[in-house]
Write a protein that binds this ligand. Sequence first.
Ligand code: HEC
Ligand code: HEC
Length: 506
Amino acid sequence: MNFPVWDIGFAPGILIAVVATLHVFVSHFAIGTGLFLVLTERKAYRDNDQELLDFLKRHSLIFILLSVVFGAITGVGIWFVIGLINPAATSSLIHGFVFGWAIEWVFFIVEIIVGLIYYYTWDRLDRRSHLALGWVYFISAWFSLVIINGIVTFMLTPGTWLETRNFWEGFFNPTYWPSLVARTFWSFALAGVYALFTASLLKRGPFRWRITRYSGIWVLAGSVLTGLSLMWYWNAMPESALIAAQGAIPITQNMLSYFYVLSIAVIAIVAVTSLLIPRFNYTPVALIVALLMLGVFGATEWVRESVRKPYGITGYIYTNGIYPEEVDEINENGVLVWAKWISDDARDSKDPVEMGRQVFRVQCMLCHSVTEGYMGLNHRVRGWDKEFIYEVTGVLDSLRGQMPPFVGTTAERHHITEYLHTIAGDSRDYSSGKEVFDDRCGLCHTVGGYRDIVPMVEGFSADDLNETFLLMLEELAGNMPPLTVNDDARIMLADYLANLSAEEVE
Ligand code: HEC
Ligand code: HEC
């Protein structure tokens, strides 16, 4: 690895998520509002509706400010953040798509310049030319999506690019079209969300109700079409992504439920406060709808990012910057030799805990923090003994988190064990069999979901489980770590498991 590690003290995924969500939100909004402006402007000319034109003029001011300023700042922000957090994958993306990025940049410049001219030439240009500018704005904004969508979807489903390394095969990959269509419709819904906000600033009266209804239709129609195209997108996803979303990765599962709940909330609120009773579209309501929509975006992008685990680019580079083809070599020579930015002192340290800390830094810290917080490992490994930690690090790639495998020598695996054991602290007591299950089995199994434990223990009595099964986990299928808890805890677990299948039988 040619890059240093950025130690920010918390899981960097949060930072990427925040910056990326804001950027994606603003850039979709810019595309949708481009279309909203031209279609509505054309309608205003056709109906000779001066009130509507005045509204659009104000609408376009806040819009240009937001999309140009915020779009540019968050766009640079994304490069800054992913470049520091995940330099290897970022470098692959830049090298693979130099011309893609260059073209995207050209469209972005056109979008900004034309957007500004569009705003300043209301009333100064003849109607036809002004409308034409609006179309140029919308099309160049949409073309940035056409380009960047190829690169973003490539990361999840590179398709035949993996064998051919052909630019176009990577670009028009298996999820390219469904994602493009979904994002396009989504931008229309977002245009409506923004228009609901500017409508809420109008003087109360029939014109305002009319604009509110009109904007609400953009939100609802856009959302329904997005929903349908997301289903198409879903069907184009690889099997591994579906497994992750259907319960393997707990966070993905949570995000998916946020997506459903927030989407339904947006649709329900907008249906009531725009279509049914437009008087109810007060400014705070419109802002809440915008915030909820931001939440929908955040959850969706989060799901899309997380189902790609353990890869940064599926099948090509792991999330933590290690290429699968390097793994054998690293296992032989050691991960600290491979990581060029580790200081020689640390590499030659005779202190196993310090060496383990470095091993952790180079291959785990991209996703985990050593805290109690988001993706923190402190509470997850609390009370684990060395044997269990060592065995778990050997099977990281079969845990629910869909992690990359541990890489490095056996000695390094012992070092990271020593380090994680300093975090784990003293052994813990369990107060119920469920607690033992959550701590020792829950990292790979669930009850009733992914790798369901219920059918696996069905028909066994508590005694069978306690006296034979649980003592020989490492000899069964599945590469399981041994159960290294004391007898009391094992008896509780056996009772818990035996009752699970008993309940099922009833
Ligand atoms: C690509 C991101 C990623 C990397 C790299 C990664 N992990 Fe994980 N890890 C996860 C996810 C996701 C989970 C599941 C967490 C959850 O949602 O509860 C997880 C779970 C775990 C758990 C189980 C916690 C539990 O009790 O359920 C352990 C232990 C762990 N990781 C250790 C490590 C170690 C050690 C490394 C480095 C050798 C590492 N991880 C590298 C993403 C990663
Ligand atoms: C490192 C991940 C991991 C951990 C931790 C783990 N398991 Fe498993 N377990 C697996 C896998 C993988 C399989 C094989 C699943 C399959 O065949 O679909 C499996 C299979 C099983 C089976 C069926 C075995 C057979 O041969 O029929 C049982 C029973 C089981 N696990 C119980 C447990 C219990 C109890 C715990 C906690 C004490 C546990 N497992 C912890 C990964 C794990």
